[in-house]
Every structure is written in C-alpha cells, then in structure tokens.
Design a protein around this ligand. Structure first.
Ligand code: OSB
Ligand code: MG
Length: 354
C-alpha cells in the first residue's frame, strides 16, 4: 500500500508498506489481525516475508485445538523471537474469540476511555521550511503532540526551529531509532533546553545499561521503544533506571496480553506509557486504539488518523475529532476490511488448514 508521503527515519525511507494480514477462521467465527513487520529488517530483526514463513512453518501448525488468546500465547512460547508474527496470530484468534462472545477488545483489555488523544510522528525532512510546513499542517488537523524523527546531523536544528515557531506549549518529542551511542551524551544534552516530553530510543536496542547512564547525563526523559521486547525487559529497564517512559507497541512484544502486562507494571511503578505505531492500516490501528484507551496511557500516542498514512485505507478510515480517535465499540477489534479495497491491494493470498 503506497504511503501518502515518504517516511524517513534514521534507519531508512519507507514509501509503501507490504502489509501481511491474517484472517483466522475457527469453529466459532473469524478474526482479523495485521502483522507490523516491515519489508526489511531495519527497525527490528523481523521482516514481512520472514514473518509469513515462520507463521506457515511453525506458528500456525502449533495452534491448539480450541484456540483462545491465552492458550495461543502458551503454545507459541517455545518458539524464540518472532514476536511480530506471534502478535498477528494471537490477535486474530483473540478477535475471533471476542467477536463470538460479543465483547470489544477495548472492554476485554480494561479500557477506561472512549477516545484517545492523537499524536503524529513526523519523518526527517529535506529542509527546515519543509518540516515547518508539515508540522503546521498536522497542527491544523488537530494533532495534539508532535514527534520529530531525528538522526545525527538532523537533530538540534529541526528541534530548535519547531520549538521557536510553535512556542513553549507545543507537546514535542523526538525519536532517534537507536541512531546514537553513549559518547553522544554531551551532544544530546544540547536538546535539554527545548523542554521535550521525551527522547525515544536514543541508543541501540540492547544498550539498556547505556540508556541508564545517559539518563544521568541529560534532563530530557528517556523513553524506550526498540529495547522493550517483553514485560521482563520493561521490568529490567525500570529497575535499572534506563527509562522513565515506555512506548508500548503490541506488535514488537508478542501481543495485546503482554502489552497489558507492561501497562500494569508501568502503572504500578509510576512510569508513563503511550501507544506506538508501525504505520498500520485500520486493522492494526483499531486494536492499538483499544489498547491506548487503558488508564495508564497518559501521553498521546502515535495513533494518528488513517489519512496520515494512506489515501484509501482498507477499513473505513479513522478520523480525528478534536485531536482524538474514537475507540471502536463493536465486537473484537470492531472493524473489518472493506472487501473491494482489500481486493484492489491484495497481491497474494494463502489458505492454511490445520
Ligand atoms: O520508531 O516509532 C517508531 C514507524 C515505523 C517503525 C518505527 C517507528 C515508526 C513511527 C511511526 O514512528 C508511528 C506511526 O505513526 O505508526
Ligand atoms: Mg520509535
């Protein structure tokens, strides 16, 4: 699916997404989920064709006879890694289970809100004027928080320009996608005066100790994304002081059950969480918006409207109302693909019977 505009991060430029959707048909009904793996293993070791392979070869054949989210999680546990593939399978089963029982995912997870505040993740631009135009457009649409992607050489100047143009009240944060090392601490400290909400994943995903050391050297709160692959990682990060905020992406950590565990753990420790994104279609977005409605999600997420990503989404589009997205109320994830749109963008289909 083509993106409305190229999305550049410190790890690469995306112009389209190769989306893997799962449709699970059980005796009780059917469910949908989206795998967030990208085409290339640049954000994480997973990639979409690898996810399809591990699903086909190992994960789907391991499904228990009467699958539900909990027994699927247990059945997939022996397989190391591949959390994006596992999330898709567990979520499709959970959607089927909830649809059969007439319960929404938001209600199942323990949502406290019927709408969630929307932030937007702004890619690295070719020039500052281009960046200021993009941010202006998003603020006019009502986005409540701006996240700037940064990388060495594209950090202080864009942050300064956006802060100067839009003033001290703008909720502003940055995401480095692991582009720095601890030796950059004095440089990253130059972001301190700009009063950022947080800096997301400044160092490598396995630099947990180094993040704790960086936290002693800068005043901007550190938020971890790539480093948090499980609730156990979240517990380690909190204990070490490696972060004071966590970006929860269900796809990265193996599912919505584990996402809820991280939420509960963080809440118990006074750590703020927010819901990240992976440029999802409406299928993945619906589930993320349900999660973001839990009470510990106290910061706006990368839960943007469908048109920030796609001209034509495969579900009815999520649209901003006063800077918020409504939490779906229907059974399961509450949305389904529009058959005609889905057909038009489908490049291949495979049925696997077990
Ligand atoms: O690091 O949060 C990230 C997109 C793809 C991969 C990684 C990231 C992102 C984003 C965009 O920042 C989030 C979104 O709007 O879906
Ligand atoms: Mg990130």
């Amino acid at each position: 699916m083509p993106l409305v505009a190229p999305f550049r991060t410190s790890f690469g430029t995306e112009t389209e997404r190769d989306v893997l959707l799962l449709r699970v048909v059980t005796p009780d009904g059917e469910g949908w989920a989206e795998c967030v793996a990208m085409s290339d293993p640049l954000y994480s070791p997973e990639y979409v064709d690898g996810a399809a392979d591990v699903l086909r070869r190992f994960l789907i054949p391991a499904l228990p006879p009467n699958p539900d989210a909990h027994n699927v999680e247990r059945a997939l546990h022996p397989f190391k890694g591949h959390r994006m593939a596992k999330t898709a399978l567990q979520t499709a089963v959970l959607d089927a289970q909830l649809r059969a029982g007439g319960q929404s995912l938001a209600s199942f997870l323990g949502a406290a809100n019927d709408r969630v505040p929307s932030g937007v993740s702004v890619g690295i631009m070719n020039s500052i004027p281009e960046l200021l135009d993009a941010v202006t457009g998003y603020l006019e649409e009502g986005y409540l928080r701006i996240k700037l992607k940064i990388e060495p050489g594209n950090d202080l100047a864009p942050v300064r320009a956006v802060r100067e143009r839009f003033g001290p009240d703008l909720l502003l944060q940055v995401d480095a996608n692991a582009a720095y090392t601890l030796t950059d601490a004095p440089h990253l400290a130059k972001l301190d005066p700009y009063n950022l909400l947080l800096i997301e994943q400044p160092l490598a995903h396995d630099d947990m100790i180094q993040h704790a050391q960086l936290a002693q050297k800068i005043t901007t709160p550190i938020c971890l994304d790539e480093s948090i692959e499980s609730a156990a990682h979240a517990a380690a990060a909190i204990t070490l002081g490696a972060c004071s905020i966590i970006n929860i992406k269900p796809g990265r950590i193996g599912g919505y059950l584990e996402a809820r565990r991280i939420h509960d753990l963080a809440q118990a420790h006074g750590i703020a969480v927010w819901c990240g994104g992976m440029l999802e279609t409406g299928i993945g977005r619906a589930a993320n918006v349900a999660l973001a409605a839990l009470p510990g999600f106290t910061l706006p997420g990368d839960t943007s409207g469908s048109h920030r990503y796609y001209t034509t989404d495969i579900t009815p589009p999520f649209e901003l109302q006063d800077g918020h997205l409504a939490v779906p109320t229907g059974p399961g994830i509450g949305v389904e693909p529009l058959p005609d749109v889905l057909d038009a963008v489908t490049t291949s289909t495979e049925w696997i019977t077990i």
